[in-house]
Design a protein around this ligand. Sequence first.
Ligand code: XMP
Length: 506
Amino acid sequence: QILIIDFGSQYTQLIARRVRELDVYCEIHPFNHLPEIDASVKGIILSGSPCSVRDQDSPRLDLGQYRGQVPVLGVCYGAQLLAHVSGGDVLPAAHREYGRAVIQVGDEDSSLFAGISSGSQVWMSHGDTIVRIPDNFNILASTESVEVAAFKINEELTYGIQFHPEVTHSEDGKKLLYNFVVNICGCSQSWTSESFVDSTIRDLKFRLGNDKVVMALSGGVDSTVAATLIHRAIGDNLYCIFVDNGLLRKNEFESVLASYENMGLNIKGVDAKEQFYTALKGLTDPEAKRKAIGKTFIDVFDHEAHLLSDVKWLGQGTIYPDVIESVSVKGPSATIKSHHNVGGLPDFMKLKVVEPLNTLFKDEVRAVGSVLGISPNILKRHPFPGPGLAIRILGEVTAQKVAVLQQVDDLFIGGLRRDNLYEEVWQAGAMLLPVQSVGVMGDERTYENVVALRAVTSIDGMTADWAHLPYSFLADVSNEIINKVRGVNRVVYDISSKPPATIEWE
Ligand code: XMP
């Protein structure tokens, strides 16, 4: 594997994505929480950073322990750090350089630049620049404004590059990473979804033995794929629980439960609708609603887990971005949070945790799910929030409002599927507004609810744009909703981007 040492750059995850796209396994670790390095580490990549090596408190690392042992590639800050600690000079650039640049390859024989010619476009993003390199450094490439755009340290397989090979604007970035990871480090390109499935099931069998595992499933991609892997390893010693909180989409509970049963999972469906509606009674504040739902879920799950005996593990569908987030360079705050009140946690939270997907990115989870034969219906499903329709019903939640919103949502999502628009949008849903407006149906005046439709495009949900759905589609779906759903006489479409709006209305 390749070890990526993170100094806090916004691009670190992208480096990992690109290495994995070469079918080479890699892990990101923050510079201040590094694991023991063993023979499995074939090479090291040092990430960029928002800091400057000239600052006293910028991230530091004793690189002597790696250099000469395994190949090292410093990217941006990583390259500057290599130059700085070796006696070179790093200074603020005369003008900060962001964006496209063109490289001149100075050493055509360099393994790092094999197959990459002068004229190739690279992406720069730096305020500091290396102005002088030590004698034992060899310049491999330059740009018009940066002489030391890439270097190699003599007698070592240690390299530095000022540009970012991980962003797609660097034309030959992937080629350069291939040269480093495969040719220089000698990694085999054997890390595929199939190999992940095989080795994970083997590992889970070994770790879990005859132990029992309990796990809550949500119908979403991550928990479903995680449960399937664990089930392949330990069979019916995995006890799955799927809770109907009364806030799911129309028929979702029945249809997802049926697919879990078809998949052979040892699954128990728990009808807790009334418990959730009771907890939500009278609540209108969005945060209070979320908290009530979270607490009720824990109560229901704790009760169910206590009906099982001798359970040792809690299965979870945590994926890699959540892990990176919680052990980021910025500090271990997330870890502290989950441990500081262990005494007050429900019993199931004191179980050992098994998270088979905690090294995978979302699209890798989908690829693994597909190798496991999970239906595309589940794998391609839009994200759906844990608190469900409760945060799409503005104001107090009642069973009757849920029923109205389920019909609206079903017509909207059904329409998207029918018109082949479902996969074009990242997430879609409907909001039931606490607003009534006047309408006319036949000869009668109506005074009924307004619903808002929301569909967005996004990569990760952090930012989003409203989906530019065809007017004809919006017209059809609006008609259908007003004609078919009693209690709704007006449909509006949300055209706010995130930021400044959020995807959900609460
Ligand atoms: P916002 O509304 O913050 O949503 O733009 C971003 C993404 O997160 C989902 N979301 C949640 N998911 N529990 C969840 O599991 C929650 O409390 C929650 N709130 C928002 C939302 O559906 C969108 O995909």
